[in-house]
Ligand binder design. Sequence first.
Ligand SMILES: C[S@@+](CC[C@H](N)C(=O)[O-])C[C@H]1O[C@@H](n2cnc3c(N)ncnc32)[C@H](O)[C@@H]1O
Length: 381
Amino acid sequence: MSDAPPQQPEAIEQKEEEQTIAEPEELPEEGTIKFGDTIIIFENIDRISVHQLVQFGRYDGKFGTFYNMDFVGKHYGEPVYDNRKTNHVFPLKFCSKLWTLALDKRTQVLYLPDIATIINGLNVQAGDVIVEAGTGSGSLSHAFSEALGPTGHLYTFEFHEERAKAAKAEFDAHGLTNVTSTHRDVANGFAADGVEGQYADGLFLDVPQPWIALQHIIDTVKPGHMFVSFSPCIEQVQRTVTEAAQLGYTDIVTETVSTIVYDRRSRVLLDAIEQTITQLETGGKTVEKRLSKKIDDDEAQRMAAEATERRKRSVEVMRKVRETLPHGDTVHTMPMHEQATHTGYLSFMQTPIAAEPVKVELVVFERGGKRKNRGRGRGRG
Ligand SMILES: C[S@@+](CC[C@H](N)C(=O)[O-])C[C@H]1O[C@@H](n2cnc3c(N)ncnc32)[C@H](O)[C@@H]1O
């Protein structure tokens, strides 16, 4: 796609007028995009946005102006062209994964590898009741809402008033009817509208001081169910797990999720080897020549001779490699260059079952060693 020149205001006004007077010819086909939908607009991998299709509205993207009416009746994934018919974008169906990639970040957010690990670690099932704090930008909240389904419920808490309001507005706009968003410091507990006591099947914290809520978590989560805490630094983890163990939490395990994405490349290896041989034969010679010009310098002469010897050996090796290589394209994979790895530590633990805190035994697992079962489902009816 090329960069489109800015739209002339008259052209935009004229198109908007057309949208106002145009009568819908027929109702959009079942399953296609309609006014009122919240969609994801994919311009390219670096520009993914959320857009609500209000009547007479438009989307001003990097590649031009796209009228809302031009999306209506299209299938998801079908290209939609700008009003100059030169560039296109792809409308995609709204879902929590795309929301995480498209959202306006008000805070640090959790990304898909951590989100998947949290949902799995909490053993979230459709119909469960899950508690979360802080809501932040609602990245994880959307994933919880999706995993819980219409019969489940998410109670999410945020102590920053503006963030709490913004998140609530987004939950409403995206039709997340199974989410209750409360403006609250969780140091004061997790009671929400219409719920109190041990009402939760699992609880997740992404706050800087998780230990302040540990007793409240015991009062909120069913005994023997999972609590997961995300902390970016190890000092927070140490304090949280130490205090949790003292309060009787069990099966405490801390993990960090590290994703390595492999890039698939296809290239003619033979060409690469030929290039290397040519470089060795020509590039190396210049250095040796320079050295050997210093005829009165024994050390330079010795280095030049050694360099020539090394270069010849390398060329020989490369030639042997060339003989063994297949002709044509070779597909291979390699890790992508720039990848975010550590995002934070996830500490998983079970809320206490015993009335009295149990004696704590610390177990250190060797790298690659067997991981302890986190006791999923324990305590569930
Ligand atoms: C890193 S953000 C959470 C991001 C969120 N997990 C997401 O994926 O979008 C942490 C949030 O916790 C909120 N927070 C911090 N301490 C809190 C507390 N004691 N009670 C409630 N919210 C708190 C902050 O205001 C901030 O918005």
